[in-house]
Design a protein around this ligand. Structure first.
Ligand SMILES: *Cc1c(COP(=O)(O)O)cnc(C)c1O
Length: 445
């Protein structure tokens, strides 16, 4: 079956079978036979086309996408400029290996990142294939640049699934269980989590800094790696002042401040980067997910002198900065710039905030609405308490899925809904998706 996706797809939710339908169920059997069980799927509808705010499956169902393939298709699926530039690049050449013979696309992406990331200092980038690879390389660079070994990460953090990034990720199941031993010299500090700790940003930062100073020692510490809004860990938004205080402590102690913006960056939160909200300027910043409209690309961008501390040949990889992925990234960034997608993220955020606040008023199981721009979440607990309600979360998610709305959950306790619509979704479709979410809370009460 061939199909054309992209922004011209009919922007309607339309269910013609049960979800998943017979065509998807048949393919699910084939998946079970040939794909490793460890590779799970949230909603097993097999997709043939996608664009705007919809996903179309093999049975002809149109579902509303509130997940963007985990914050990846920020500019929409098969977005015009991504398709145009990546197709042209595919026809020209597909690979040379930038470390063997270079090409413009890689340098163009690096230049764009230098211009768009926070701070007006000289910046340089190195490109990779996945977020985890970018995080690993940020740590490698920070270690060489500082001559120190230790890395500090936070409670609820998610940084990937490779050996070093598993060590940096907080949650055991499913990311770490049985996969150790993990890389050493990774230390965990308490995160600012306003719903659960009630601390101001400066108090939460003081608590974290005390742990770092007493348990690691600034003189041993290469970098602090933090998601400015946490992703998989529950869309935890630190209290205002937390990130600036931490960045200031890093600066005073020769520690590099690394903002992992793999989920929150590139217009998602209503600014180019999530740290822009509080004017924090990181030494290094990691990007991936939303950067290339769905093609695998990741980057470490940082202060030129920090990036250049690494010896020649010390950074790279066969596919890092693949020319097709770079072309797609330039297309995605062009979409973000020409359509002011950061502004669109703020509009989407305002709509979601209104809908979620109303939902919270009606359903005391919702303890908090949080997030920024098109990165919003609700945390579910037993009413009036902080005990996580993962069961209700799972039932609400199942209801939404059955009604053709793709929602994602997250959080250390699996009790958070995260809403990450593509920024190409229309208002009407977005409202309809939240009608279904509201219905799901009523139906599962
Ligand atoms: C997804 C994610 C990663 C890992 O990216 P992959 O491309 O899956 O390796 C790292 N950090 C954050 C904040 C993420 O959301």
């Amino acid at each position: 079956m061939t199909a054309t996706g992209g922004p011209s797809l009919s922007q309607k939710r339309n269910l013609v079978t049960a979800i998943p339908g017979p065509g998807s169920l048949e393919r699910l059997d084939r998946k079970k036979a040939y794909v490793a069980d460890g590779v799970g799927t949230t909603l097993p509808v097999f997709i043939v086309a996608a664009g705007g705010g919809v996903l179309v499956d093999v049975d002809g169902n149109s579902l509303i996408d509130l997940g963007s393939g985990i914050a990846v298709t920020t500019v929409g699926n098969a977005a015009e400029k991504v398709v145009e530039r990546a197709s042209a690049q595919l026809a020209a050449f597909t690979h040379t290996c930038f470390m063997v013979t270079p090409y413009d696309g890689y340098v163009d992406v690096a230049q764009k990142l230098a211009e768009l990331t926070p701070g007006d200092h000289a910046k340089k980038s190195a490109l990779f294939n996945s977020g985890a690879e970018a995080v690993e390389n940020a740590v490698k660079i920070a270690r060489v640049a500082t001559g120190r070994d230790a890395v500090v990460v936070f409670d609820h953090a998610y940084h990937g699934r490779t050996n070093l990034t598993m060590a940096m990720t907080a949650k055991n199941m499913p990311y770490k269980n049985g996969f150790g031993p993990f890389a050493g010299e990774v230390y965990r500090a308490p995160m600012s989590y306003p719903l659960r700790d009630g601390l101001s940003g400066t108090d939460a930062a003081a608590r974290a800094i005390d742990v770092i100073e007493k348990q690691v020692g600034a003189a041993n510490l290469a970098c602090v790696v933090i998601e400015p809004i946490q992703g998989e860990g529950g869309f935890v938004v630190p209290a205002p002042g937390f990130l600036p205080a931490l960045a200031e402590w890093c600066r005073s102690n020769g520690v590099l401040f690394v903002s992992d913006e793999i989920q929150a960056g590139l217009c998602r939160t209503g600014t180019w980067f999530a740290v822009d909200d509080e004017g924090v300027v990181p030494d290094l910043i990691t990007t991936a997910k939303g950067i290339a409209g769905g093609l695998p690309l990741a980057a470490v961008t940082g202060r030129a002198e920090v990036m250049d501390a690494v010896h020649g040949g010390g950074l790279g990889g066969t596919y890092g900065g693949n020319p097709v992925a770079c072309a797609a990234a330039l297309g995605a960034i062009e979409e973000m710039e020409t359509h002011d997608l950061a502004g669109r993220a703020r509009q989407i955020g305002a709509i979601m905030q209104t809908r979620l606040d109303a939902l919270k008023d009606a359903h005391p199981v919702i303890a908090e609405v949080r997030g920024r721009g098109a990165m919003m979440a609700i945390e579910l607990t037993r009413p009036g308490a902080l005990e996580p309600d993962a069961d209700r979360t799972a039932r609400v998610a199942a209801y939404c899925h059955s009604q053709g709305v793709v929602v994602l959950t997250c959080g250390t306790w699996g009790n958070v809904f995260r809403f990450l619509p593509p920024l190409s979704i229309g208002d009407e479709l977005l409202q309809e998706a939240f009608d279904v979410v509201a219905e799901a809370f009523t139906a599962t009460a």
